[in-house]
Design a protein around this ligand. Structure first.
Ligand SMILES: [Mg+2]
Length: 426
C-alpha cells in the first residue's frame, strides 16, 4: 500500500486510536503511535507479559462469513484472552495488517458499522477492534499496514503482572479442583449457525445445476439445494471446531463459483475470498440470531476474571480455552505433570451447544483454572459464573491424561480441539 491512500488511512487510524486511548485508563504506555517505537513503562515490581496471535483470512475468519467488525473484535480478543490467562493487566496492543487494496476502499454505502460514516472494510474492522480495546483499557500503540493478496491481522499484546505472580499452566497439583469461567461450546455452536447462514447466502448467489458450476459432488438428492452445502452442514453438526476446515473447504469451493484451484483448506477458502476480491459479502445477521452468534462473533476475553484470580492468589494454574477444552486442558496437564478428571454432568454447556461442542469446540476464550480444594472461590467473578468441572489427579503410566466421568462410567477424553499443522501451539 503506497502513496496517499496508505497515509490517509494511517492518519485516520492514529486519530481513532488516540481518541480511544484518551478514553481508556493508560496503565503503562508512555508513548504510542507516532514515533519509531512505542515506550512502555511497567509499574515498579511488575514484569511484562507478551503474546502474539495471527488471524488469517480463510483460516481464522472468512471475508464471506464474518462482518469486518467481528474480525477486528476477534483478532484483539485472542490476544486479550492470553493476557487474561496469565492474570496480566493489558498495557498496549500492536497490530500489523496485510490487506488486499479492495478492503481499504470505501464501498460507497454504509453497512452498519459502529461509527457513523465508516464504510470501507478496514474502517469497520477498526470499529470492532477499538470498541473492545476501549472496553479493556488497551491502547493501540503501534503496528504496520501493507498491501497483501490475503487479509492477515497479526496482533501483539503487552500486559503487566506483579513479578512472579503470573498465572502459569504449570502449577496444578493432584487434589486441586478444576474450574471454568462462563459456558463452553457457544462459539462452536455459533459457527455452525453462521456457516448455515453463509451457506444459504452463497447458495442464493450461486449458479445452480446446469449453469456452469463445477462443484464436484454426486450426492445431489435434495432438489434445488447445493449438494456441497448439504454435506458441509452435515459434517459440521455436533463435532466441535475441527470441522471448520471441512466447512471452509466446502464453502470455499462453492463460493469460488467453480474456480477452485487447490485441495488444501487454505487454497480452497482463499479462492472463496479471492473470487470476488472487491466484494467481501458476509451475510447480514438477523436480530433474532445475534445472541446465538455472539459467542463466536464477539467472544468476551475474561480479563477481569484473570486479574481477580491473580490478585487473590487462589489459582494454582490457568489457561484460556482457545483451541477447545480437551486440547487446552491437555496442555495444562502436560505442563503441570498431572492428569485431570472432568465430570460431564458438571460442564457448563452453552444452551445452544452440545456436550461435544463444549468439550472440543474452540474459541470460547473462557478461562480454565485449578485451585487447591481448600480455596474458597466465589460463585461468580466480575459477573461471570465460575463452575467446578472436575479435579486434578496423579498422572499414572499407561493411563490417559484426561478422563471424562459419565453416567456410563469413566472414559478417556481425547483432545479433539483445533490444532494447526496437527501439533500444539507454541
Ligand atoms: Mg492462550
Amino acid at each position: 500500500m503506497r502513496g496517499r491512500g496508505e497515509l490517509a488511512l494511517l492518519t485516520e487510524i492514529r486519530e481513532r486510536a488516540a481518541h480511544a486511548a484518551s478514553r481508556s485508563q493508560i496503565g503503562g504506555l508512555r508513548l504510542g503511535i507516532g514515533d519509531d517505537c512505542a515506550l512502555v513503562a511497567p509499574r515498579r515490581g511488575e514484569e511484562l507479559a507478551i503474546t502474539t496471535d495471527l488471524s488469517i483470512a480463510g483460516r481464522h475468519f472468512r471475508l464471506d462469513w464474518h462482518q469486518p467488525e467481528a474480525v477486528g473484535h476477534r483478532a484483539l480478543a485472542r490476544g486479550l484472552s492470553d493476557l487474561a490467562a496469565m492474570g496480566a493487566r493489558p498495557v498496549a496492543a500492536f497490530l500489523s495488517l496485510g490487506l488486499p487494496r479492495s478492503l481499504t476502499l470505501a464501498s460507497g454505502r454504509r453497512q452498519g458499522g459502529l461509527r457513523p460514516g465508516s464504510s470501507s472494510w478496514v474502517e469497520r474492522f477498526f470499529d470492532g477492534f477499538l470498541a473492545l480495546a476501549e472496553a479493556h483499557s488497551t491502547p493501540l500503540a503501534g503496528g504496520d499496514l501493507a498491501e497483501s493478496p490475503l487479509a492477515v491481522a497479526d496482533i501483539v499484546l503487552v500486559g503487566a503482572v506483579p513479578r512472579g505472580r503470573a498465572l502459569l499452566r504449570s502449577g496444578a497439583k493432584p487434589g486441586d479442583l478444576l474450574y471454568v469461567t462462563g459456558t463452553l461450546g457457544g462459539a462452536a455452536a455459533g459457527l455452525v449457525r453462521l456457516a448455515e447462514l453463509a451457506g444459504r447466502a452463497a447458495e442464493s448467489a450461486l449458479p445452480l445445476k446446469g449453469t456452469g458450476s463445477s462443484v464436484k459432488d454426486t450426492n445431489s438428492s435434495s432438489k434445488g439445494r447445493s449438494p456441497g452445502l448439504k454435506r458441509m452442514s452435515f459434517s459440521l453438526k455436533g463435532t466441535g471446531f475441527s470441522p471448520y476446515i471441512n466447512a471452509m473447504e466446502q464453502l470455499g469451493t462453492l463460493a469460488s463459483e467453480g474456480k477452485s484451484t487447490g485441495n488444501s483448506p487454505a487454497n480452497a477458502s482463499c479462492c472463496g475470498a479471492e473470487a470476488r476480491p472487491g466484494r467481501p459479502n458476509p451475510p447480514r445477521i438477523p436480530k433474532k440470531l445475534e445472541a446465538e452468534l455472539a459467542p463466536h462473533l464477539y467472544p468476551q476475553p475474561r480479563v477481569r476474571q484473570g486479574l481477580w484470580l491473580q490478585r487473590h492468589g487462589l489459582a494454582s494454574a490457568a489457561l484460556d480455552v482457545s483451541d477447545g477444552l480437551s486440547t487446552d486442558l491437555a496442555h495444562l496437564c502436560q505442563e503441570s505433570g498431572v492428569a485431570a478428571e472432568v465430570d460431564a454432568a458438571l460442564v457448563p454447556t452453552h444452551p445452544a451447544a452440545t456436550l461435544d461442542q463444549a468439550l472440543h469446540g474452540g474459541e470460547d476464550y473462557e478461562l480454565v483454572f485449578t485451585a487447591p480444594a481448600s480455596a474458597r472461590l466465589p460463585r461468580s467473578i466480575a459477573g461471570v459464573k465460575i463452575t467446578r468441572i472436575g479435579r486434578i489427579v496423579k498422572l499414572r503410566r499407561g493411563q490417559p491424561a484426561l478422563t471424562l466421568l459419565t453416567s456410563q462410567g469413566p472414559q478417556p477424553l481425547e483432545p479433539h480441539g483445533w490444532e494447526h499443522f496437527s501439533s500444539a501451539r507454541i
